[in-house]
Design a binder for this molecule. Sequence first.
Ligand code: C2E
Ligand code: CA
Ligand code: CA
Length: 487
Amino acid sequence: MLYVCSFLYIGLSVLLLFRRGQNLYRHERRGVLAYNAALLTGNLMRMLLPRVLVMDTFCTIAITIIFFGFTNPHLFIDQRHIAFNKRGLRLLLAEALEAESFHVMGMVIRNYQQERVVVGGECMDQATESISAWVLQALPRNVLFYLGSGRFAMMGNHTDWNALHAKMRSRFANPWETETSTLHLGALFVNVDEGSGLNSPEKITNTLVLALESAERNIGMGTEKSADTMSIGEVYEQIATLRTLEGVLERNEVEVFLQPIVSSSSHALVGTEALARMRDERGNYIPPSLFIPIAEHAGLINELGSQVFNKVCEFIATHNLEELGLQWININLSPLQCVQRDIAERFESILGRYGVSPDVIHLEITEQSLIDHTLIKNQIFQLCEMGFRFALDDYGTGYSNLVRLSDFPFANVKLDMSLVRSYSRDKGNLLPAMVSGLKDIGYTITAEGVETEDMANALSAIGADFLQGYLFARPLPMDEFARTYGR
Ligand code: C2E
Ligand code: CA
Ligand code: CA
């Protein structure tokens, strides 16, 4: 009886695997086969050698196989959105790549980050949940993925992706309900398929996330571009930049330009800001506004930052700063560099290599970096203890809060170009009050983007200590900088 049951079970299980197994991943199918093979061997052993008690061993092996064959599905699932996550997408793409045919449609909520600030995190989470609930119900033939930050992906064996787009777009013409409000959301779409020449699940996933981010950024800014699908050409442009960046980093070819910062009273050189530069194959410069975000998203910003830091240290070691008139050199730190726990050690080892003291280096960070308050604060204090000083960059572009800022040991605050421009266009009391408040806390002030005499005079008059901008000089290659300012 026991043997009949066992063999029937194994036989049915294998039959079912061949009839319905296409719903399983390849490694799962293999797992089921191996599991049945283990059970079969156990039963045969029991039949042939009834005195050897090995059945339990084979049962244990079978259970272990089935466990590792399927692993923990929670690893691949985003619980809140009843969808797969990024890991799940990679897994499915790996399968699709073997079949050499895939089509992923990515979707991102227009202005997701701003909307989140406006309506609140919980409300936005409910909205993305309603979106996934709708997709699951209205487009059941698709596999849905939630990639975080308002980004979705869909895979399926559609031939008509345009019809799918149309369906999604018409749904987004109507509002989404949450517990507390009714939200009108926009959506942007990006397609990636086998024609894109990407050959690994990681590359496809990264490209998709990158494309969605830049779609959100480009269109979200309210430029005239109204199309809601990012062309594959734009995705390619970004991929090309990424490839160039990878090459440049590999060959240690990041260039550093130096832009003078002058005293507002004498217009004499006092400091300089190091700005990263990179060229494409034809030798044309790619602007940092394009390659810095890509470096951040592709996990290359630490390498880029290290190369810039290295080159600045080399410059300090091989030039006499005093003769150039330089009291300090500013280096930009991306928010992602700030949260690297080993940043202090990295910098320390580079300083050691060139025998450079950190007190001539000012690190520029933006308010965006201060979001993760406690971690960043510890990091900043650690770097300050080593001897670095900090400057707050792009002041006036974020959600500046004087009380919160005063928690941080900044030496200097840099007023963003936009503030400087609008103040020189029409003066008011706001910027002078802000400057005097910042100076009361003890920060020195640098005005960025000073392009005209009028701007320079206006900003000096309200108390800016230092000025930086095209009026004085554009960023220059290091050797040209040394030639121009060397005495
Ligand atoms: P930022 O830190 O605000 O740098 C100032 C930017 O303003 C530079 O642009 C500079 O060339 C430009 N600028 C300076 N004076 C004037 C002016 O009078 N008028 C105008 N219109 N622009 C002026 P750049 O070099 O294109 O850099 C853009 C941004 O890229 C930087 O903004 C910074 O956020 C980022 N960046 C540059 N180098 C690095 C780097 O090594 N690491 C990191 N993490 N970010 C960097
Ligand atoms: Ca800066
Ligand atoms: Ca700035």
